[in-house]
Design a protein around this ligand. Structure first.
Ligand code: PLP
Length: 482
């Protein structure tokens, strides 16, 4: 089908859909229209966001949403799941082929769910199954109360080693506010205080001392590539299962930017991801596994998941099919090239970046040299139509709420078609806003970590400059709701 035909079909599909929605709840139709206007008019630099294709978006809006399908393909707890079986099989097939994984599980509703499935399948494989064998039971229902209590105790007393939050790790990697921190005894590895880079010898030393059952690699805010061959060596040496959470950089793995030792899939026992970040699919999760963990991951529902979101699994299948096209590799390479252009743009204007640069899809700008907290910088940038999120920097003196950094990613604007010149200009505009932002004071005159003021006319000037670039690279150009 030609691009023009796709554009015209998409436009009429959304116009009509919004009319139907408006006939029931006009406020939701209005908010949906306004969200498109807002996204079209802002520089989206949130490293975990993207713009899924109209095909992916349309796939989510169907009657698959109406179907319950607990269980697995061909083995459901409900009747009438033959079409969901097709959807789940196609999604898993694309995921296996795209990532070269022996096994793929497409049911997790999100990244946190994918990680929960991974953790519990590792616990099942490493703790529950050996205990059942030891006790001569086929499943947990056969255990005596006493044996069950002892197994529950054993399951709840395992160790996990993951990257610290301020070095770029994620809450779901064993931190107390998240259930992963309540399930596991957790310790953290950080980054080198001088370079900001992962120090594999230090990770190995920590692993030898702590002897985790699970070693987690992967991050939300580390601007560099990881050597997963080395992480696997460390895991093997201490008898840990290597779990890699590639939620952020799955698109770079899919697009063959991260290959060899930088591709986690051959090295990890279990790999998890979201599908909506650099992978550019619907909001959801995926788990990939080596054969030996496949049967345990397959128990995700009912272990930690309820009925799968079949409409979203269908959209995952469409997005994964898109990611298998050669153009996706070009897109993924441009994400990384653009991140370099953004980083160079900052460095050439004297700004500080954690690790001094990037070789993935994100940069972490340390805003303390502008005299601001991350919160003040994030708010000032938003006033100018630049959407980012504040983020801790390693050993952050301002903690996880106010922070000293701003995280910026290139996947979304790369989807819109931004290239080197635009990202250099984006760096210039951001530096201009931050140089013209003053920290405020609290009511009693003390320095505030939240309030700020932006110089007269600065936000408008940046909005105008952004609009020029955004107009040249329209978002969803085929969707005309007028
Ligand atoms: N894992 C990583 C590394 C993430 O960055 C995120 C989200 O930001 C998640 C997991 C959780 O994903 P979700 O928000 O889909 O639950």
């Amino acid at each position: 089908m030609t691009d023009e035909r796709i554009d015209s079909l998409t436009s009429s599909a959304y116009r009509q859909a919004l009319e139907v929605i408006a006939s029931v709840e006009p406020r939701i139709a209005d908010a949906t229209r306004q969200e498109l206007v807002d996204q079209r008019g802002s520089l989206k630099l949130i490293a975990s966001e993207n713009y899924a294709s109209p095909a992916v978006l349309l796939t989510m809006g169907t009657w698959f949403s109406d179907k319950y399908a607990e269980g697995t393909v061909g083995h459901r707890f409900y009747a009438g799941c033959q079409n969901v079986d097709t959807v789940e099989s196609v999604a898993a097939e694309h995921a296996r082929e795209l990532f070269g994984a022996p096994y793929a599980y497409a049911q997790p509703h999100s990244g946190i769910d994918a990680n929960l499935v991974a953790f519990w399948s590792i616990l099942a494989h490493r703790v529950e199954t050996p205990a059942l064998e030891r006790l001569g039971a086929k499943n947990v229902n056969e255990l005596t109360e006493e044996d069950w209590e002892s197994l529950r105790h054993e399951l709840g007393n395992q160790r996990l080693l993951g990257m610290s939050l301020d070095a770029g790790g994620h809450l779901t990697h064993g931190f107390r506010p998240n259930i992963s921190g309540k399930m596991f005894h957790q310790q953290q590895y950080g980054t080198d205080p001088q370079t900001g880079l992962l120090d594999y010898d230090a990770v190995a030393a920590k692993a030898r001392e702590f002897k985790p059952l699970v070693l987690v690699a992967g991050y939300s805010a580390y601007p560099r590539r990881v050597n997963f061959a080395k992480m696997r060596e460390i895991a093997d040496e201490v008898g840990a299962t290597l779990m890699v959470d590639m939620a952020h950089f799955a698109g770079l793995v899919a697009g063959k930017v991260f290959t060899g030792d930088e591709d986690p899939v051959p090295f990890a026992h279990v790999t998890t991801t979201t599908t909506h970040k650099s992978l550019r699919g619907p909001r959801g999760g995926l788990v990939l596994a080596q054969e030996e963990y496949a049967a345990d991951v397959d128990r995700g529902c009912p272990m930690v998941l309820g009925g799968p979101l079949s409409h979203v699994m269908a959209a995952k299948a469409v997005a994964l099919a898109e990611a298998r096209r050669p153009e996706f590799q070009t897109y993924a390479q441009r994400i990384a090239d653009n991140a370099k252009s953004l980083a160079d743009g900052f460095l050439s204007r004297g700004a500080n970046l954690v690790t001094g640069g990037t070789d993935n899809h994100l940069v972490l700008l340390d805003v303390s040299s502008f005299g601001l907290t991350g919160r003040q910088a994030e708010s000032a940038l938003l006033d100018a139509g630049v959407v980012t999120n504040r983020n801790s920097v390693p050993r952050d003196p301002n903690g996880a709420w106010y922070t000293s950094g701003v995280r910026l990613g290139t996947p979304a604007l790369t989807t819109r078609g931004f290239g080197h010149d635009e990202f250099d200009r984006v760096a210039e505009l951001i530096v201009h806003v931050l140089q013209n932002t003053q920290p405020g004071t609290t009511k009693d005159g003390k320095p505030s970590k939240a309030s700020y003021s932006v110089g007269d006319g600065v936000a408008d000037k940046v909005r105008d400059a952004s609009a020029e670039m955004l107009d040249k690279h329209p978002l969803y150009p085929g969707i005309d709701l007028s």
